[in-house]
Design a protein around this ligand. Structure first.
Ligand code: ADP
Ligand code: TZD
Ligand code: MG
Length: 576
């Protein structure tokens, strides 16, 4: 029991009692869910206190959305559902964005929200923070459950855990009405009602025929390519994936959050030859990556004219043929699939065509060489490349550090420039390209892994979750935030041609975000050259002290929407 079981004073036989608070805490602990990210308030304030007293780590945020993003990325990092706890209606809605984000990104997460009483909500009688939360959550998550009886808490949490982590992972909503927490029941019966979830994400073994089909298609390729997605990073089958890629001799392209699964400096990495491999490949094997917008839906200009065959390894059968025909679908969990592929290759597998691998390597060397001088410039004001050149070296020297990254130019250029060396070290905006994940991800990364965190943030991106620097200081987390401050969204140079209001994309010029960190006792530094930036980041990473470095970037350096400017609709009537 989390707390000494409650005693009913007047009960003659002194029946041992428990209640909803204690049962929920015990159920979480029984299932190894020992970290909660949330914001307190009615009806979950005492729940947070009691959970903390019972040994659960309760991280209290300044806004539920950031707590939710922390829970979502905790799920990605640990393969266990990250737990976010909120109050009813507005707190629930603030957490819901993150729950939808978790579902979209296939991260396991459970959003637990307190709610108002069913009797009042269903008659729409205007309860405190009244809202039919269950109905609202349903279309935005993988599953949604409500628990009305204390005796069902064990089953409710078990269902939530299974739904979050089995099959394609995703977000689950668990609705706990205020009255449930205080409901009392016999302690022994309560204990028996708890469920320890056995084998929450059962292995899904691929069919041998699917493995053979996939290997046959791969064998027939002249210019094969392997694309690793964040599903492959999530699966934690790192050794098997590396063996498979190396045995195949095929170039691989990591998607953003799969960078480092094999080092970006691996001889087979095609990261710096992305457009070439997409265009020229004839067989493409996707492992834990979807053919969504991030891969131009598997067709069109980016993929060139050469006909292609796709092999897709994914746990979700419905993902197959979602955008283009999949010649060889392999449905199962990535660990089991890659193990079966390796076994199917046997000992005499001929590595992929060496002339193709050679062509990819030379393209890559050419692109890397082209970029190198730009990364060494010491200009002031800094441009993105000058700043990223020093940060790239810092990550190379500290491969265990976790890199959090959001923004537009700040995102795209960081992804392209900074090599990653180990799995699950790069966390970013994910499938939606959402701004605001930064501080939540920093906090969860530090809490879940104990490793130092370096966040590279656009000034706009940072603003979405910036108040959490107080949270970072409060828990004294080893987080160093670098803000690429170019005075605005994409650029700080836009002007309003007709009035005195600033243009919609620009911010206060020369803002000093470093002073925000100082306000809460952290270290704030204003850096105007790559050398200053380098010194400041190294000092922060050495000390582990919460640090925010305001890196002044030339306001004219960025481009509209970074690399995805082509997605902006254009008015044909715009310019008179
Ligand atoms: P990226 O954005 O890196 O391309 P996506 O999020 O589009 O990656 O794709 C991740 C894919 O990985 C999803 O289709 C998901 O079903 C799949 N996936 C997640 N976990 C596993 C797993 N353990 N085994 C197999 N597939 C998985
Ligand atoms: N709101 C949310 C939640 N997500 C978004 N992606 C956006 C708005 C739109 N948006 C982008 O796609 S990038 C971006 C916004 C507002 C900010 C880019 O500015 P930045 O980075 O300062 O973060 P750069 O380096 O100036 O490009
Ligand atoms: Mg900016």
């Amino acid at each position: 029991m989390a707390e000494a079981a409650l005693k009913k004073p007047e009960a003659e036989e002194a029946e041992e009692l428990t209640d909803g608070f204690n049962l929920m805490i015990d159920a979480l602990k029984l299932n190894g869910l020992t970290t909660i990210y949330g914001v307190p308030g009615i009806p979950i304030t005492d729940f947070g206190r009691m959970a903390q007293a019972a040994g659960i780590r309760v991280l209290s945020f300044r806004h539920e959305q950031n707590a939710g993003y922390a829970a979502a990325i905790a799920g990605f990092l640990t393969k266990k559902p990250g737990v976010c706890l909120t109050v009813s209606a507005p707190g629930f809605l603030n957490g819901l964005t993150a729950l939808a984000h978790a579902t979209t990104n296939c991260f396991p997460m459970i959003l637990i929200s307190g709610s108002s009483e069913r009797e009042v909500v269903d008659l729409q009688q205007g309860d405190y923070e009244e809202m039919d939360q269950l109905a609202i959550a349903k279309p935005l998550c993988k599953a949604a459950f409500r628990v009305l009886h204390a005796a069902d808490i064990g089953i409710g949490l078990a269902r939530a855990i299974r739904a979050a982590v089995s099959g394609r992972p995703g977000g689950v909503y668990l609705d706990l009405p205020a009255k449930l927490f205080g409901q009392v029941m016999n302690a022994e019966a309560g204990k028996k009602s708890l469920v320890k979830v056995i084998d929450a994400a059962p292995a899904q073994i691929p069919a041998p025929t699917a493995i053979k089909r996939a290997l046959d298609v791969l064998k027939g390729a002249k210019r094969p390519l392997i694309i690793l997605g964040k599903g492959a990073a999530y699966a934690q089958a790192d050794d098997a994936i590396r063996s498979f890629v190396e045995k195949s001799g095929v170039p691989f392209l990591p998607m953003s959050m799969a960078k480092g699964l094999l080092p970006d400096t691996h001889p087979q990495c095609a990261g710096a030859a992305r457009s070439t491999v997409l265009k020229d490949s004839d067989v493409v094997m996707l492992i834990g990556a979807r053919l969504n917008w991030l891969l131009s839906h598997g067709k069109g200009k980016a993929w060139g004219d050469a006909p292609k065959k796709f092999i897709q390894v994914d746990i979700e059968p419905k993902e197959m043929d979602s955008n283009v025909e999949i010649a060889a679908p392999v449905v199962g969990d990535i660990g089991s699939c890659v193990a079966a592929l390796l076994e199917g290759m046997g000992n005499s597998w001929t590595k992929g065509p060496t002339d193709w691998m050679g062509a990819v390597s030379s393209k890559r060397e050419e692109n890397v060489a082209k970029m190198a001088p730009r990364l060494m410039n010491n200009n002031s004001p800094m441009d993105y490349h000058g700043a990223l050149g020093v940060l790239r070296t810092i990550i190379k020297e500290r491969p265990d550090a976790i890199l959090v990254n959001e923004g537009a130019n700040t995102l795209d250029l960081t992804r392209g420039v900074i090599d990653m060396y180990k799995p699950r070290k790069r966390l970013d905006v994910g499938t939606w390209g959402v701004m605001g994940i930064g501080m939540g991800q920093c906090i969860a990364a530090a809490v879940e892994t104990g490793k130092p965190v370096l966040a590279i943030e656009g000034d706009s991106a940072f603003g979405f979750s910036g108040m959490e620097v107080e949270t970072i200081c409060r828990y004294n987390l080893p987080v160093c935030i670098v803000i690429f401050n170019n005075d605005g969204i994409y650029r700080g140079t836009d002007v309003n041609s007709v009035g005195s209001d600033p243009a919609p994309t620009v911010f206060v010029k020369g803002s000093r975000y470093d002073r925000m960190m100082e306000a809460f006792g952290g270290v704030g530094i204003h850096a105007t050259t790559p050398d200053e930036l380098k010194r400041a980041v190294n000092a922060a990473m050495d000390s582990g002290k919460p640090t925010l470095i305001n890196a002044a970037i030339d306001p004219a350096a960025g481009s509209e929407s970074g690399r995805i400017g082509n997605l902006n609709p254009q008015s044909k009537l715009k310019k008179k």
